[in-house]
Design a protein around this ligand. Structure first.
Ligand code: ARG
Length: 636
């Protein structure tokens, strides 16, 4: 609603017009700011300070047990007042008599804080229609995505986000899953804050390992196995090649370690590289690079089937990509431009068998060391392709920001990438890039032995575990509807919540036993409540309520106070790109909600006013899950 409607709402509470407008207060997106602005106006009247200073001295309390707002007295910066905050607190509430307000009860002094509680009457009256009106947009701040935040008509900023990005033919690892989950969340987060988001899956579909895969296909490829389960067949081929290939690598390593006459060592090592699987791999990759009639269509088949299968699998997680890019898609022109610019700036040098940048000579940090861009054989590296891809993307999308969600193992790769652009004279691009790293993932062990190796393994295992759960706990499963239909979303949310609840930099041990239960802080638990609320609200038909007196008492007070905090929580998640706070909030919310029900009893009849409260909780749950990038079960 508009400012005008908001004023009418407040007028009904006997608050006079106009609403105090304080710079920084965003009353149309954050209901807490209505209270902060009103409280700031009261403070200005009491101690005669600047309204902005007063507004900034008021913070959301850390815990609702400590009140809703917290006036931090030293922040009022009153020069001609007693500095002792206790005296000031006393003065404010006693001598000056804090004016009665329909929005607040009398503040409570606590050290340097003055703790302020919302009056329950106003809370139901303000917050319920506020959330009902905002609906899906409650908790979004569109200005955060505007190219000019002060001009609502300005265009949204564009984010490119590169995530998941597995490699063709090789394992889809826990790190790829984590990148998928975090990436989907960070994309959703930006989208909900008004950004124009493009999701890119940058497949590892080029390089020597593709040569090895092609060699594997030539030896052991089976059309039948490929048709039955293409990605597993490709992985099988790769694994069959990898073992003997590794034996060659080891043999090469032993020759080097044995030492001796260097010319002889070189010769023996070169011998290995020019024979056996090394030679097979390299010749396939060479054929591919030369546009060979046999190699290219084969590679195209691998790439196409990977995209086709992956698209279906990601959809089961509720994840959709706008573009399947890949290392193979980087334009030759951009690669040329990168190398020309580096040469031009005098930072590209030939070293032994490769073209490199020695970052240590050009102001790079210690660990950056040297980065190889092109091998002697002429083959481009992961690094060179990634640098050139930035130029391609800048041209195609003209992005304001690009985020790479990739394991912290690749920290150095991204530092080199960013530095290389700078050295090329494109510091303007470096400034728009961000690597968002994350900690290790313990591989997911499978029941029959081994670990998850394909995205389908992760999805099947969690989806099956979800089916089991839904069959066992029939009571909790009931609102979630058809077991088969719900299993994927429940499975996905179990994984996602477990990952997103922890700190990004920490390790993630995928523990499905702990994640796949309706007890405790899990995805299924949140989904259950969302779906149950949907069911309850279906039966709570009736005219929209405008009288909140039935729900403005103690019963719902904490729930309403929490609901008011959702926008702050969402904004904090955006500011520091950590998802844990949103989950902590959602769990707190459903815990509070669950206290409204007796677990032994059937859900009581839902009155129209109860429905207002449950409707608001449901909306916030939905908004929170969507902010996290988690598919939502149940609908109205
Ligand atoms: N394919 C890479 C891997 O599996 C990740 C790619 C990440 N994105 C990028 N632009 N480098 O390790």
């Amino acid at each position: 609603n508009t400012l005008n409607e908001l004023e009418i709402l407040l007028e009904e509470l006997a608050l006079s017009k106009p609403m105090p407008l304080v710079p920084g207060a965003d009353v149309l997106h954050n209901p807490v700011d209505i209270y902060r602005a009103q409280l700031a106006a009261i403070l200005v009247g009491l101690v005669d300070c600047d309204s902005k200073v007063a507004f900034n001295a008021i913070q959301t309390s850390n815990e609702i047990a400590n009140g809703d707002l917290d006036i931090i007295l030293p922040k009022l910066k009153l020069k001609d007042r007693p500095v002792n905050p206790k005296e000031l607190a006393f003065e404010l509430i006693q001598q000056h008599k804090f004016p009665p307000s329909p929005l607040f009860v009398l503040p409570v002094p606590d050290g340097i804080h003055l703790r302020v509680f919302f009056s329950l009457k106003s809370l139901a009256h303000v917050i319920l229609p506020y959330i009902a009106d905002r609906g899906a947009s409650y908790g979004t701040f569109p200005a955060l995505g505007l190219s000019d935040p002060s001009d609502p008509a300005s265009t949204p900023k564009r984010l490119l986000i590169d995530f998941s990005s597995p490699n063709i033919g090789t394992e889809f690892r826990g790190a790829h899953l984590r990148s998928t989950i975090l990436g989907a969340h960070i994309a959703a987060l930006h989208e909900r804050m008004g950004w124009d988001v493009t999701r890119i899956n940058y497949l590892g579909d080029w390089g020597k390992q593709i040569g090895l895969l092609a060699a594997g296909w030539a030896r052991f490829g089976s059309e039948e196995a490929f048709a039955a389960d293409p990605l597993r067949h490709l992985l099988d081929l790769y694994i069959r090649m990898e073992l003997p290939f590794k034996a060659e690598l080891d043999a090469r390593g032993r020759i080097r370690d044995e030492g001796g006459d260097s010319a002889e060592v070189e010769a023996r090592m070169a011998d290995i590289e020019t024979h056996g699987l090394h030679a097979e791999r390299d010749s396939w990759f060479k054929k591919l690079e030369d546009g060979d009639q046999e190699a290219v269509p084969l590679w195209q088949r691998f790439r196409d089937v990977t995209i086709e299968e992956s698209t279906k699998l990601y959809a089961r997680l509720g994840v959709v990509f706008d573009e399947y890019a890949g290392e193979s898609q980087v334009s030759a022109a951009s690669i040329e431009r990168v190398e020309a610019a580096l040469r031009d700036k005098g930072v590209y040098e030939e070293s032994h068998d490769a073209w490199i940048i020695d970052f240590r000579k050009h102001g790079g940090t210690k660990g950056m060391d040297k980065g190889t861009l092109r091998f002697r054989t002429g083959t481009t590296t992961y690094l060179l392709r990634d640098i050139a891809a930035v130029l391609d993307r800048a041209e195609k999308y003209n992005f304001d920001k690009m985020i790479y969600v990739v394991s912290s193992d690749q920290e150095m790769h991204f530092q080199r990438l960013f530095k290389a652009l700078e050295l090329m004279g494109r510091a303007d691009l470096t400034a728009k890039l961000e690597h968002i790293p994350f900690g290790k993932v313990q591989e997911l062990q499978l029941e029959g032995g081994g670990h998850a190796q394909l995205l389908s393994d992760f999805i099947d295992v969690s989806s099956n575990a979800a089916s089991e759960l839904l069959k066992v706990d029939v009571g909790k499963a009931a609102p979630l509807g058809d077991v088969q239909a719900a299993a994927d979303a429940i499975g996905a949310s179990a994984l996602m919540v477990q990952d997103l609840h922890g700190r990004r930099s920490g390790q993630w041990t995928i523990d499905l036993t702990r994640a796949m239960t309706f007890e405790g802080e899990t995805g299924p638990y949140l989904q259950y409540w969302h779906a149950r609320l949907c069911e309850m609200l279906k039966s709570a038909a009736g005219p929209a309520v405008t009288d909140y007196s039935a729900v403005d008492g103690e019963d719902y007070s904490d729930l309403l106070r929490l609901l008011a905090r959702y926008p702050d929580t969402a904004k904090a998640a955006f500011k520091n790109l950590e998802s844990g706070g949103v989950l902590t909030y959602l769990f707190r919310l459903v815990d509070e909600l669950s206290m409204c029900f007796d677990p032994e009893e059937e859900t009581p009849e839902v009155t129209a006013s109860d429905g207002m409260v449950y409707g608001a909780v449901r909306q916030v749950l939905e908004n929170g899950l969507k902010l996290l990038g988690i598919p939502v079960c149940g609908s109205l």
